[in-house]
Design a protein around this ligand. Structure first.
Ligand code: PEP
Ligand code: MG
Length: 744
């Protein structure tokens, strides 16, 4: 009977994990004709503890401990690579431990116990007589180590928390830093969005069957890669090259050969893929060369794809998350977030993401705290980990201790007190100390936003993002469905104005039922009005629904991403056609139709004179406007701090818009995220904005700021500073506010 089948019986035996570990050492020692076989397991604080041995003194079990890097065992753990030594005592790192009685042994061969690319322990064999172990023996020991890795990872031997990657402070709670995309505090159990593939079966009975499974999975994966290549025909050469390299890797004989060899030793196909992947990763972990690192990433990605074809991904159903869940993701689109049961979501942690990315905007609407740019979050947080997200201090606590928990609770209390203060302002106007009133409105897209409108008594809905209800459906809603949705919104707004923005799909706002067109630059691609003018039927249906839903009351329609006057005029014509059609059909018409445009594309700045006479209102979409003005992707975390919307060029552009609108007598508002931040709002009011639209949770803080400011003073100050060559006015504006008692 081969070593793997004997191991399989041991693994399946009804015995404690520790007993099974001991049996493993017996089997290995016999099979590899070694006098000693020992298993060291990583414990908290990066210490390797002897857990089982055949051949060393049994008293040493749980007593002998080595730091990572200490002794030969520690050296194997530190490098993540096998060591094969005919004379172990001559190794510069050899550390003698008298309690083990190992002075008798000369030869030693050890391999790391790996799981998911992490070292969980070390497996060694030793012999009295100098002996050079063969490559085949090293391979066998590596395979055994992988099986032990699963036993360790299962949490039966050492507390699972000790084996989590924790930067050398395994048992201690972990604190990660990021950047706040939505403030607030949230606590719950971690749910990892798209976690890595989990393998449960390692040893196979029939290698032929496993080879066949591998062949099938490979051909599925090749098919998927070919599809990717085919759909990339329109892409440039560089992009194609990358995909071709990928395809080449997938056919790499060396890689596949190693997987097949591993299957022949008795592993399941998935375990073989994982083993080859772990070996490569451990071997390459020291590589610094960025090109080679990229290739390792490619291989990693391929191994993951192959595993997905072999076992499928074990994803959590979005409806089936814990009562209090904290979602952890590399990045996600707004529609993916909406898939989860919102009532259970307490916070969101992203490895990427930026404040104006749409997923952050949706999270803000749902009042979920979000921390972005948290490096390594997906690898370091496991399903079920208790997590606190502190959006006020840009940090995340994983498995928090009692001190953090009590600080968290007092913070929650302070926040509630703050909310009460805002609530007390509910019926007070947003008026500056020198008597200038600013209209504060809510950005909406979910029905829950309407409740917020009532809660904070804002002046209306300044931006209703119609694509959001489109995103959470399985097909394009027809006229009837749209009419009933828009009617509901108008009813819930109880007479307050609602500005409906026509469909702004595309970019990162992907509709699940629309093909992804594989655009290289989707934010600057086929989105918003560009789509709806090319598919006028879609826009006409939407306009028809809006007109019908607003029968007898005022309708405010706004077109997104307009880049030139002619685009607006084309959209306006469709609106007029629909009004006429509704009238002919005898439907009740709106009492008045106000038409507006979002200013989000810089080209429009240079056509304002001809545009404004056609409009009832203009709304600045600063999120998009500034990404195009500064040529800086709004979703790219690396750029999020580079350009500031309180910089002289940004403020100058805004001021010019204010002046043009005042001259033309057109109502102006701003509905980008900057309007919801008190310091930015102070600057906006100072340069002439009298209407802002923001996420509901920002109304209280912005109103409090406005009521504490003397407009004339800020106006003078900002006008003086705007002409200087500051990178940003942010620090001096903050200081100004502090000195004058303006509450930010
Ligand atoms: C904007 O671009 O500022 C805006 C409000 O639109 P969205 O964030 O939906 O793109
Ligand atoms: Mg926009």
């Amino acid at each position: 009977m081969g070593i793997l089948s004997r191991l399989r019986s041991v693994m399946a035996a009804d015995a404690t994990a520790e007993t099974r570990l001991k049996l493993v050492t017996d089997i290995v020692a016999t099979d590899l004709v070694a006098e000693v076989c020992s298993i060291y397991i990583m414990r908290a604080g990066e210490v390797l503890e002897l857990f089982a041995t055949k051949g060393l003194k049994l008293d040493a079990v749980h007593l002998t401990r080595l730091r990572v890097g200490e002794g030969v065992v520690g050296a194997i753990a530190a490098s993540g690579r096998p060591l094969n030594l005919a004379e172990a005592q001559q190794h510069p790192q050899f550390a003698y431990r008298p309690e083990t009685g190992e002075e008798l042994y000369h030869s030693m061969m050890g391999v790391p116990i790996l799981r998911g690319g992490r070292v969980l322990g070390v497996l060694v064999i030793q012999n009295k007589t100098p002996r050079h172990y063969t490559e085949e023996e090293v391979e066998t020991l590596q395979t055994v180590a992988m099986i032990i890795g699963e036993l360790v990872g299962s949490g039966e031997l050492v507390n699972k928390e000790e084996t989590l990657p924790t930067d050398g402070i395994a048992m201690l709670p972990l604190r990660l830093e990021g950047s706040t995309l939505n403030s607030g505090l949230g606590m719950g159990q971690a749910v990892v969005h798209e976690p890595r593939v989990v393998i449960t079966k390692f040893v196979a009975e029939d290698p032929e069957e496993e080879l066949e499974r591998l062949r099938k999975a490979l051909s599925e994966m090749h098919g998927a890669l070919d599809d990717m290549l085919q759909s990339s025909e329109s892409l440039d050469d560089e992009h194609r090259d990358i995909l071709e390299t990928y395809r080449m890797f997938a056919e790499d004989a060396g890689w596949l050969g190693r997987i097949r060899e591993a299957i022949k030793t008795g592993l399941t196909a998935e375990a073989a893929v994982q083993k080859v992947h772990d070996d490569t990763e451990a071997r390459m972990s020291q590589v610094q060369d960025p090109y080679l690192r990229e290739r390792v990433n490619d291989l990693q990605d391929l191994a993951n794809r192959l595993l997905q074809h072999l076992v499928g991904v074990e994803t959590i159903s979005p409806d089936d998350i814990p009562e209090h869940a904290v979602l952890v993701a590399k990045n996600m689109g707004p529609a993916e977030l909406l898939d989860y049961d919102r009532t259970r979501l307490r916070a969101l942690i992203l490895e990427e993401g930026s404040a104006t990315s749409h997923v952050a905007i949706i999270a803000r609407a749902l009042d979920i705290p979000v921390i972005g740019q948290v490096k390594g979050a997906v690898d370091r947080i496991e399903y079920g980990d208790p997590v606190i997200v502190d959006g006020n201090n840009e940090q995340v606590f994983i498995r928090p201790g009692d001190d953090v928990l009590s600080a968290f609770k007092s913070n929650v209390k302070a926040r509630l007190r703050q909310k009460e203060l805002y609530a007390a302002l509910r019926d007070q106007p947003a008026i500056t100390k020198d008597g200038i009133t600013v209209s504060l409105n809510v950005n909406a897209g979910l029905l829950v936003d309407l409740e917020h409108l009532k809660e904070n008594n804002a002046d209306g809905i300044g931006l209703y993002r119609t694509e959001i209800p489109f995103m959470s459906r399985s097909e394009i809603p027809g006229v009837e469905a749209q009419v009933s949705l828009y009617r509901k919104i108008i009813e819930e707004a109880e007479g307050k104005p609602v500005v409906f923005r026509t469909l702004d799909a595309g970019g990162d706002k992907v509709l699940p039922y629309w093909d992804d067109h594989g655009e290289e630059n989707p934010a600057m691609g086929w989105r918003a009005i560009r789509v709806t003018l090319d598919r006028p039927y879609l826009l006409r249906q939407q306009l028809r629904s809006l007109i019908r839903a607003s029968g007898g009351c005022e309708l405010n329609v706004m077109f997104p991403m307009v880049a030139e006057v002619s685009e607006f005029l084309a959209a306006r014509r469709l609106l007029d056609m629909e009004i006429e059609r509704e009238s002919i059909k005898g439907h009740r018409l709106p009492s008045r139709v106000n038409v507006g445009v979002m200013l989000e594309v810089p080209s429009l700045l240079f056509q304002l004179e001809s545009l404004l006479p056609h409009l009832n209102f203009l709304s600045v979409g600063s999120n998009d406007l500034f990404q195009f003005l500064f040529a800086a992707d709004r979703g790219n975390p690396r750029l999020s701090g580079r350009y500031d919307n309180l910089s002289p060029p940004a403020l100058a552009a805004l001021k010019r818009i204010v002046e043009s609108c005042n001259e033309a007598g057109v109502t102006l508002s701003l509905c980008g995220e900057m309007g919801g931040r008190p310091l930015e709002a102070m600057a906006l009011v100072a340069i002439g904005f009298r209407k802002l639209s923001m996420s509901a949770s920002a109304i209280g803080p912005v109103k409090m700021m406005i009521r504490s400011m003397q407009l004339s003073g800020v106006e003078r100050f900002i006008n003086g500073q705007m002409k200087k060559s500051h990178h940003s006015l942010r620090p001096i504006l903050r200081q100004y506010a502090k000195d004058r008692g303006i509450i930010l």
